[in-house]
Design a protein around this ligand. Structure first.
Ligand code: FDA
Length: 303
């Protein structure tokens, strides 16, 4: 209930203005966001990769409604990838792209062109690209753009949201690809998505079974211990080497677990958001966990 209220609020411009104007918000945001500038992102990448973790970096922003903003986001990614190139991280570095931040709401072909520019820059840096998945109205467009990109950049990945009824079939279609499996973070209607947590978890396992049985590279993106254990069992059952799949978690969430998994020899990639347009991302993190709201409210009280 609190979660869906927060997801509704996250799309309200007045609420955005109010929350972003609260001075202590910044401290709370810093728990989930690596900073505002390219240099902040690069410093975080260096720190995480030194401790054996991999990264996927998200330049914050979504749902842009004008061409200039889409171009600015694209340039920010290219600048970031150029800054990462000298670090020689190869596939340990990746960028995550929300197509709505590079023009999807305006025109699919604009989003494709911008995503292509980002893929070119990633290729130059030896890095990979994964397309984030946004609300259900964008899934067909995102998968269409993914198909076009993969014709030239075969290792582009995509996020698939287990809560959508369609996702098991999408996993079948993508079983030879890099797929990041997530539960799903948007408020979706009952006509397209499971509403109960248990149903989402069961759907996640069904999708995971398809991906682990396939020939692609499953990216198990969850902080849920039960699902991580099931992923490990399925990987064993399919005799997968540990470098043929990976775990992914968000920056600032369950950092001990991230490190423990990496120390055990698993591939672990941390999703690192940076930039000043943090509002939508931050609200989704609050919506996922009431304890984060309590933390936020305490910080407003000065604690
Ligand atoms: P769940 O929410 O059940 O949490 C399991 C446990 O993890 C909790 O009990 C708690 O301990 C911890 N936890 C989870 N969320 C927390 C939080 N915010 N703060 C503190 N602790 C928390 N979604 C989407 O729609 N499109 C996308 O492209 C992506 N991309 C993406 C990338 C990566 C790397 C991750 C990890 C997640 C996403 N997501 C996403 C978000 C995803 O859909 C989902 O909302 C979150 O991962 C939370 O779900 P969990 O699977 O972690 O389980």
């Amino acid at each position: 209930m609190l979660g869906s209220t927060l997801l509704a609020v996250s799309r309200n411009p007045l609420a955005r203005k109010a929350v972003t104007a609260l001075p202590p918000t910044r401290r709370v945001v810093d728990r989930f966001v690596a900073g505002e500038a390219t240099a902040d992102a690069v410093a975080t990448v260096e720190r995480l990769t030194r401790s054996g973790l991999m990264v996927t970096i998200d330049h914050l922003g979504e749902e842009v409604r004008d061409t200039d903003a889409a171009v600015t986001t694209t340039k920010a990614y290219v600048e970031l990838l150029d800054a990462l190139a000298p670090l020689g991280l190869g596939h340990r570095a990746e960028v995550s792209v929300k197509l709505s931040a590079v023009g999807q709401a305006l025109d699919d072909s604009m989003a494709l062109e911008h995503a292509r520019e980002i893929c070119e820059a990633a290729l130059g840096a030896g890095a990979t690209v994964t397309l984030d998945m946004e609300d259900h109205t964008t899934v067909d467009s995102t998968l269409g753009i993914l198909r076009d990109l993969r014709a030239d950049f075969s290792d582009v990945g995509v996020a698939i949201q287990a809560y959508l009824f369609r996702s098991e079939a999408d996993c079948h279609d993508l079983r030879d690809s890099r797929v990041r499996l997530v539960k799903g973070a948007y408020r979706e209607p009952a006509s397209v998505a499971h509403q109960k947590k248990n149903d989402v978890d069961l759907a996640y396992v069904r999708c995971l079974k398809v991906l682990m049985a396939g020939t692609g590279h499953p990216m198990v993106a969850t902080h849920d211990d039960r699902l991580i254990s099931i992923a490990e069992l399925l990987a064993d059952r399919h005799e997968r080497a540990r470098d043929t799949y990976e775990y992914q978690m968000l920056y600032g969430i369950r950092t001990d677990k991230q490190q423990a998994l990496a120390n055990s020899g698993a591939l672990v990639r941390v999703y690192v958001p940076y930039g000043d347009d943090w509002y939508g991302y931050f609200m989704r993190r609050l919506a996922e966990r009431p304890a984060n709201v309590a933390f936020f409210l305490r910080s407003l009280g000065g604690k």
